[in-house]
Design a protein around this ligand. Sequence first.
Ligand code: C2E
Ligand code: CA
Ligand code: CA
Ligand code: CA
Length: 281
Amino acid sequence: AKAAGKRQWRRFQPQLRDRMAARHDLQARLDTAIAREEFALRYQPVVDIIADEVVGFEALVRWPHSRRGLVPPGQFIPLAEETGHIMPLGAWVLRNATSDMARLQNGSRWATPPYISVNVSARQWRDTGFLDEVRRALDTPGLVPGSLQLELTESVLMQRDNHIDALTRELKGLGVRIAVDDFGTGYSSLRYLQEFPIDVLKIDKTFIDDIPQDPRQVALVEGIVRIADTLGLQVIAEGIEEPAQRELLAGIGCRFGQGYLFARPMTVEQGEQVLRRHDQR
Ligand code: C2E
Ligand code: CA
Ligand code: CA
Ligand code: CA
């Protein structure tokens, strides 16, 4: 058994070496890409599923890689989080998302202009420079006050300490809304929801996937919506792809949603067109 183990190890080694080389390569390219700001943003509409109106956009980062096409964030955000690249990259996202949104808001004649929602990694949340970056982003000319939302993961709720609590108070004071992303996939308890000044719960796509056919999932989603109501939180259902999902969600009072059924992530120009179409109705 021992010899077999050894043989396996030998076979495994070159693969490991390849993987490490690929990682190293990606890391070096990430360095250059950040220095040259070679990223792009796409915006996915958040929709009021009852009124059928766009209420906001979530910024989603893309890496237009010369050889690999548009690299999805799942392939480089985790690495950027590990290496610390997420700090300059996250700052870039915040800057560009808010300036794009200022442009979108100015083109829209709505009573309530759309908000912009930006994903923030746990590591950024802990970074001492983060608050200043948010302040600068809020100073973007033309950005409507109160229209920035930050999405954090349940892990941030659980790592609370004085720094996080002070930061959160400051952000709330600046009129920033806080959303919990991928809600239900982590280990946060109801107590965290009550103690942390959250405004929005985003129900993870995995809960939405099996409604309306799976009654247990339906009951779960209904429970989340009811708890959110009790705590005075908004709810956004993520990953709505089917009309039947939308109907069920509307029926149980889940007012907001995101998903391919409504729109895929789009360029800022496409976002402008979507808003213009809405304006004309
Ligand atoms: P997320 O924040 O949960 O974003 C939702 C993801 O689901 C996006 O993938 C979006 O394109 C996709 N999606 C939306 N509607 C549907 C649908 O109906 N069906 C399906 N199958 N997918 C849908 P994307 O853009 O590949 O982003 C993946 C993840 O990367 C994000 O998950 C987020 O965690 C992370 N990410 C993206 N941009 C940033 C960023 O600027 N900063 C940080 N820290 N993370 C980011
Ligand atoms: Ca998100
Ligand atoms: Ca999510
Ligand atoms: Ca996710």
